[in-house]
Design a protein around this ligand. Structure first.
Ligand SMILES: *[C@@H]1O[C@H](CO)[C@@H](O)[C@H](O)[C@H]1NC(C)=O
Ligand SMILES: *[C@@H]1O[C@H](CO)[C@@H](O)[C@H](O)[C@H]1NC(C)=O
Ligand SMILES: *[C@@H]1O[C@H](CO)[C@@H](O)[C@H](O)[C@H]1NC(C)=O
Ligand SMILES: *[C@@H]1O[C@H](CO)[C@@H](O)[C@H](O)[C@H]1NC(C)=O
Ligand SMILES: *[C@@H]1O[C@H](CO)[C@@H](O)[C@H](O)[C@H]1NC(C)=O
Ligand SMILES: *[C@@H]1O[C@H](CO)[C@@H](O)[C@H](O)[C@H]1NC(C)=O
Ligand SMILES: *[C@@H]1O[C@H](CO)[C@@H](O)[C@H](O)[C@H]1NC(C)=O
Length: 494
């Protein structure tokens, strides 16, 4: 009995830590090379209709900053590359920029960061010597205005400055950038800021000449013969996105810096391309961006930094048809200027997730051993008394017809019913909790806000004490495992 209570309290502690320390968000970039750009007020209406909570602007447009006031939307404002050149040579230009574009709008417009230039090292490499001085001047101006605790300064960099990003553990920045990168990392560390990364699996895939399967770029499951493994760390990479983020973490580590988080300031997929751009399709864009959102909101970091969530800004809100270049360059938008979505995109979940982490679901863990998973599924639908009707052939959760999806449904049904009486989300290590509602289409998971299923959600009291034998034996084993992992987790945190 005492063990049981102790376990329960450790379990609660674990949940509390989970929701306090983590909580990733997905935001959106707003480029303005758009021929029928809506007014600033209409843009904000569109953002609100789609429950977008974080945006990045490429400049400091006064109309946009004004329209974003009192909306609760977090904003990154941009210093353009042209402005950066001036600011890098003049502290007073930096102070004027801060006063005009930041101080004038706070606190009603929630400006949280300044992106100093855009991919400066790859687009205007000659400006490298003034990059960190410019960031320093901007930071000093924020200090003078007493805004440095609210507003961070950073600079979005492309993955192009890492010559060989795979395997991630061996990645380093081009050594010609050593002194700039060193100054940059020192600046980010000293000002408690973060590294801004533009990460494009679309280009990694299309320029990779078939080196990596498209599933890897699109966050689709990889077959057992196509696993992508870092030979040095033996980490499995489920997505190129994770590998890109990890390549930067390792490159930073090569400079002996740690504790600088990475925020992905751009990632996305074009939905239309020219004749020679066959991968820019609506289907791929829809898959990439929805899987990206799902990936980010699961709160975990890349394999080398599992506790660092990867906050990410999707590139981008509207198609920028006025941008020069191939067809694909003009077609990254997720929303038309009339406010309708280009393809179904569950951006709204990011709001529910970041705002409230009350609902917790139990799903099958990625990469679980399939025999263990099958045994756990059998247990959940048998002795565990989960309602598994919905995953039978012809029923609403049968597709996708795979073990992981079926197991997730069954694990969650069990967990929602049994957690009140001590049931855990473990299943021999094959399950994990998430705040992301796994429901899709007409397949509603038990406990989902939108769950209306008959078979589902009985009050915990209907179950009384857990039945002996099968059930309780398994429960005890999984509690013990949970205890062990929760304790390890706690130790790591101390
Ligand atoms: C502004 O954004 C920060 C960072 O997300 C948040 O902590 C703060 O509550 C926001 N402030 C307002 C007034 O919304
Ligand atoms: C740059 O730094 C890397 C390690 O971060 C080091 O191996 C390399 O020798 C350095 N290159 C130069 C030119 O200093
Ligand atoms: C990082 O630290 C290691 C061990 O102290 C040292 O050998 C290495 O030279 C350092 N690297 C850099 C780039 O300072
Ligand atoms: C919005 O614009 C798109 C693209 O021009 C168009 O296909 C769609 O029908 C429009 N939606 C509405 C509701 O007008
Ligand atoms: C979030 O939680 C608060 C307090 O529990 C509640 O009042 C609010 O309605 C919730 N918001 C959403 C969007 O569920
Ligand atoms: C989150 O995503 C990562 C990368 O795909 C995966 O390794 C991890 O198991 C996922 N975690 C959850 C809780 O779904
Ligand atoms: C969740 O439920 C609340 C109140 O029952 C409702 O207002 C809200 O729209 C629901 N959210 C979703 C995503 O269904």
């Amino acid at each position: 009995m005492m063990l049981r209570e102790w376990v329960t309290s450790v379990f609660l502690l674990f949940i509390a830590m989970f929701s306090n320390t983590l909580g990733a968000f997905v935001g959106v970039n707003i480029g303005t090379a758009v021929s029928d750009m809506p007014s600033a007020g209409d843009v904000v209406t569109i953002l609100e209709a789609h429950q977008i909570t974080h945006v990045r602007l490429y400049d400091a447009n006064a109309h946009m900053l004004q329209a974003l006031s009192n909306t609760g939307i977090d904003v990154i404002v941009g210093v353009t590359n042209e402005e950066l050149l001036r600011i890098g040579e003049s502290p007073s230009a930096a102070a004027a920029w801060i006063n005009k574009n930041v101080a004038a709008y706070l606190p009603s417009t929630n400006i949280t960061a300044i992106s100093a230039g855009s991919e400066v090292l790859s687009t205007i490499p000659n400006a490298a010597p003034i990059l960190v001085p410019a960031m320093n001047y901007l930071h000093r101006a924020l200090v003078a205005a007493n805004l440095n605790f609210q507003v961070k300064v950073s600079t979005p960099l492309s993955t192009d400055i890492i010559p060989r990003p795979f395997p991630p553990s061996a990645a380093t920045f081009y050594s010609s950038w050593n002194s700039t990168i060193y100054q940059l990392l020192q600046f980010l560390k000293n000002t408690n800021s973060y590294y801004m990364l533009n990460a494009y699996p679309y280009y990694g895939y299309t320029k990779g000449d078939g080196l990596f399967p498209i599933e890897y770029a699109l966050f689709r499951p990889l077959s057992s013969v196509k696993q992508i493994v870092d030979p040095n760390t033996l980490f499995h990479y489920n997505s190129m996105f994770d590998a890109m983020v990890d390549a930067v973490y390792y490159s930073i580590e090569a400079f002996n810096f740690s504790g600088i988080p990475i925020v992905v300031t751009e990632s996305g997929w074009p939905w239309l391309g020219g004749a020679n751009e066959p991968d820019a399709t609506v289907e791929n864009a829809e898959t990439y961006n929805n899987n990206l959102i799902h990936r980010v909101l699961n709160n975990s970091g890349p394999p080398s930094q599992q506790r660092m969530p990867i906050n990410t800004y999707i590139y981008e809100l509207f198609n920028e048809d006025k941008r020069p270049g191939p067809v694909s360059v003009k077609n990254w938008g997720v929303i038309f200027t009339n406010g309708t979505a280009v393809y179904p995109l569950s951006l709204g979940t990011s709001n529910g997730i970041t705002g409230n982490s009350s609902a917790l679901f139990c799903v099958a863990k990625d990469g679980s051993d399939s025999d263990k998973l099958q045994a756990s599924l059998n247990w959940a639908c048998g002795p565990g008394q989960a309602d598994c009707k919905a995953i039978q052939p012809g029923q609403r959760c049968y597709f996708p017809d795979n073990l992981k999806s079926h197991a997730s449904y069954a694990f969650n049904d069990y967990y929602q019913k049994m957690q009140g009486v001590g049931g855990t989300c473990d299943f021999d290590g094959t399950a994990t909790t998430t705040t992301v509602d796994p429901s899709y289409g007409s397949c509603k998971y038990t406990g989902s806000n939108s769950s209306t299923t008959g078979g589902g959600y009985l009050p915990p009291t209907a179950f009384g004490p857990v039945s002996p034998l099968g059930g309780s034996l398994h429960l005890q084993v999984s509690r013990l495992q949970y205890l062990i992992s929760a304790t390890l987790f706690a130790v790591v945190f101390l």
